[in-house]
Design a protein around this ligand. Structure first.
Ligand code: ADA
Length: 564
């Protein structure tokens, strides 16, 4: 399943889910004598008994059957972490980073059988500035769905819809990107429908090779707002006509909601919002980062049962099916680009700017229509305490603004009084670990953090505590409540939550973290985490709730009874 609904009705689309041939290779372009394995797509190769810790390159093969001469578009929702695509033996596309989609467009493919090879690389090294040994795991494989489409010579590359709340009610601003891959000029007309109201865009002539945007705005007087309590979704349908003949479509789901900053408050549909959330990694011992839909739903059920209204996609853009579920279930999302804890030296990597700017732009463009996403973020715990780091923070936040004029932006900082970038974003977010990495009192620390924000460019802005928590090893119990026990983890979370929930200036809190996750095995103290795992989950890696789960639930959902 690519999305939770049909993304096209006119465009012919087929998901390439199934078992693909696989072989390890030394280099991109190497053709194996034989394919020794078959691996599921989507999936992580670590799920195979012989590849549990494999870091390197591999090639996936799939034969594609093309019914008649046509233009083919292959969409890869996520390959971890670098993909090189070959079609009938020829290089056809390249993409870096595991967490955003990319496509390969193949004009005029002949009818018949064709060989698709996807070389996948999950290795660390000079070619990779963002995927580095870290406190989570970079898996290998074609980890998200792949689809094959037959497209017209001019097709809809993207449709972006912005709901706007005005004094006269809801309006919607449309932008549609058209691309002509044919060899003749074409006249295109787009019509867009939401909630029974049709917008006809002015017709446009596209020359061969040209891509162009068309834009328009329409009032939607009779729609209901999307909110966590009533996550009302509407189908968006854009239809493209070429020289009078219907040729392509784009279907999405949108919601009408506003997200604004008003002084120190974050306002959803004009009402102050407090995030009660968890940080989550896409990680599961049975599936790696390639969670099937059922496991995503299980996570969201546990998150909702906890009394949360939000999830932070730490530390990368998510599988779009998870975002579809959040749209449908009314879970608010803080989505962030891919980076965790990169030092200034790591940010000086020659590929850092290009790789992280690319994932930022792709994230916002690709996930723009999800009403559940209400915050965009960049660069978790990177070098925002330096002038050189600030250049990157500024640029990446600007990229978000170029694509999205409305959603507030933030970044999670652990630099305390050394922070240099609070002025660049609309929301101040701080990661604090009182009770775990330090002995500080969480309330006093939150007050101090407010002071840092005020004196360092974040004055008058909303503040979120974006991380706090402590390790709790599932099943390790201690009457003395020693560090690492489930009891101590519950105590730490309780004292943190009480302090943050009683402070008016805090607009939200995201617990570190929802589930235990695998980390890279490494040599320094951090990456030598016991069991190669970050154990700060409220549930363990198999989603078994720890003691802290019910303690948090009592804070987030005070009306529920712990024993129920
Ligand atoms: C940081 C970081 C998280 C995680 C956490 C921890 O704040 O943002 O990814 O590593 O610390 O568990 O120490």
């Amino acid at each position: 399943m690519i999305r939770l609904f049909d993304h096209h009705r006119i465009r012919n689309t087929k998901e390439l889910e199934g078992l693909w041939d696989f072989s390890k290779v030394a280099e991109v372009g190497d053709v194996p004598d034989r394919y020794t394995m078959k691996l599921p797509v989507p999936g992580c190769w670590e799920s195979h008994a012989e590849l549990g810790t494999y870091r390197g390159k591999g090639v996936y093969r799939k034969m594609l059957s093309v019914p008649k001469k046509c233009n083919v578009r292959l969409e890869f929702k996520g390959v971890s972490h670098t993909a090189n695509v070959y079609f009938d033996g020829m290089p056809a596309g390249h993409h870096y980073n595991a967490y955003t989609a990319y496509d390969v467009v193949l004009p005029e493919v002949e009818a018949g059988e064709h060989e698709l090879l996807v070389y996948v690389d999950n290795s660390f090294g000079d070619h990779s500035a963002l995927h580095v040994p870290n406190d989570y795991y970079t898996y290998g494989g074609i980890t998200r769905p792949v689809s094959m489409e037959i497209i017209s010579e001019v097709y809809l590359e993207r449709v972006m819809f912005t709901p706007i709340q005005s004094t006269d009610g809801w309006k919607g601003h449309w932008r549609a990107l058209l691309r002509n891959i044919g060899d003749k000029k074409q006249e295109a007309v787009v019509k867009g429908t939401v909630a029974g109201h049709e917008l006809v865009f002015s017709s446009i002539d596209l020359n061969p090779g040209q891509s162009s945007w068309v834009e328009g705005e329409l009032a939607y007087p009779d729609v209901d707002a999307w909110s966590p309590e009533h996550p009302v979704l509407y189908e968006l349908e854009a239809r493209l006509t070429l020289n009078g003949v219907e040729a392509d479509d784009w279907i999405d789901r949108i919601g009408f909601r506003s997200i604004d900053i008003c002084g120190e408050k974050i306002m959803l549909n004009g009402k102050p919002l407090i995030f009660k959330g968890v940080n989550r990694h896409e990680d599961h011992p049975m599936a790696g980062s390639a969670l099937p839909l059922g496991l995503m739903v299980q996570d969201l059920d546990l998150i909702r049962e906890l009394g949360c209204n939000s999830v932070r996609t730490s530390h990368y853009p998510y599988d779009e099916r998870f975002l579809d579920l959040c749209d449908e279930l009314g879970i608010l999302v803080w989505e962030e680009n891919h980076a965790r804890g990169l030092s200034l030296e790591q940010m000086q990597h020659p590929l850092f700017a290009v790789q992280s700017e690319q994932v930022t732009r792709e994230m916002v463009e690709q996930h723009y229509n999800h009403p559940s996403i209400v915050i965009w973020a960049v660069l978790n715990e990177c070098a925002s305490d330096t002038e050189e780091g600030r250049v990157h923070y500024r640029r990446q936040l600007e990229i978000i603004r170029e694509v999205d004029p409305l959603r507030p932006r933030t970044f999670a900082s652990h630099h305390r009084s050394r922070e240099k970038c609070f002025d660049l974003a609309e929301i101040v977010s701080v990661n604090l670990y009182p009770g775990w990495y330090t002995d500080e009192d969480p309330g006093e620390l939150a007050d101090l953090a407010k002071g840092w924000a005020e004196s360092l460019g974040g004055s008058g802005k909303p503040m979120i505590i974006s991380e706090f928590g402590g390790d709790g090893f599932y099943g390790f119990r201690s009457r003395d409540r020693v560090k690492g026990s489930e009891e101590r983890q519950a105590d730490i979370l309780l004292s943190n939550l009480k302090s943050y929930q009683s402070r008016d200036f805090i607009s939200g809190m995201f617990i570190w973290q929802f589930c235990d996750c695998r980390v890279t095995e490494g040599l320094d103290w951090l990456l030598n985490r016991s069991c190669t795992r970050n154990s700060k989950g409220l549930v363990d890696e198999y989603r078994r709730p720890k003691l802290a789960y019910d303690v948090v639930k009592a804070c987030f959902k005070p009306d529920s009874h712990i024993s129920e």
